[in-house]
Design a binder for this molecule. Structure first.
Ligand code: FE2
Length: 265
């Protein structure tokens, strides 16, 4: 059983370029890859920064780009998103009181709880989880059957990664989130925002952070003041579940090649 994670598609309207590449073309290649190799995935989850400037036209282009996928697609908010234009284009998207785009999925045998960490202060890229969102999470965690694995998806990492420009805009409410998670610790967290593939654990909770689709963050642990980007091939995350646990694979776009047989030397 599996589902797909992609993140940080940063759509702009139509065929416009962003940092010299076309978000539409890049995601189009990802959609082709999913259709070709992973048609049995139960869902596709996009973990935020769907659009770069959060405008309606970008969400319309995203909707067109995702249309060839045959499995359900679930869309989350990131710091570049805007809820009102998103809702205009995706009126059936699930949500909770306060207009937050939070929801739970029963997919691949797991309960995937998707949080909305978009900051309500315009232009502030730091992530937030207010009392409304955390109270909902608390209730949701309390409702998961004991035999069902919990996967927690949110855009902003709630901890420092040692990449200073991104650490400055992490989730501000990490301590409050950690406290709520003591009710039921997730088996896995899925993150976005940092535009780099990173795995590890946060105080014992495993996380996987998926590489961004259009542009990647330059990997440097020096304090470079401003975030800088670099062009790398995007990839998709394939989240596979079993009774024994969870495994996450990546498949790259543009480098998959054809399989060839083993030969003895
Ligand atoms: Fe992003």
């Amino acid at each position: 059983m599996s589902f797909i994670q992609i993140t940080d598609t940063h759509f702009v309207p139509g065929d416009a370029l962003l940092y010299g590449t076309s978000p539409r073309k890049r995601l189009g290649a990802g959609v082709d890859l999913i259709r070709r190799f992973h048609g049995d995935a139960e869902a596709v989850l996009v973990t935020g920064d769907l659009a770069h400037h959060g405008e309606e036209g970008a969400y319309e282009t995203l909707k067109e780009a995702l249309a060839p996928l045959e499995m359900p697609v679930f869309l989350m908010m990131g710091n570049h998103d805007s809820r009102a234009p998103f809702r205009k284009v995706f009126p059936d998207a699930p949500g909770i009181e306060g207009g937050f785009i939070q929801f739970s999925l029963d997919v691949a045998g797991a309960r995937v709880i998707c949080l909305d960490s978009l900051n309500d202060a315009p232009g502030d890229h730091e992530g937030r989880l207010c009392d409304v969102r955390l109270s909902w999470l608390d209730r949701e965690l309390g409702s998961v059957p004991a035999d069902r694995q919990v996967v927690l998806a949110l855009h902003h990492p709630p901890f420092d990664l040692g990449i200073p420009a991104m650490d400055r805009i992490k989730l501000r409410d990490g301590e409050a989130l950690f406290e709520v998670l003591q009710k039921r610790r997730p088996a896995q967290m899925l993150l976005g925002h940092v535009h780099r593939p990173i795995s590890g654990h946060w105080r014992g909770i495993p996380f996987y952070l998926q590489r961004a689709f259009n542009h990647q963050v330059y990997l440097s642990f020096a304090d470079r003041k401003e975030v800088e980007f670099v062009a790398e091939n995007p990839d998709i995350g394939i989240v596979r579940t079993s009774e024994d646990g969870i495994q996450i694979f990546t498949r790259s776009i543009g480098g998959e090649g054809e399989p060839f047989p083993h030969e003895e030397a």
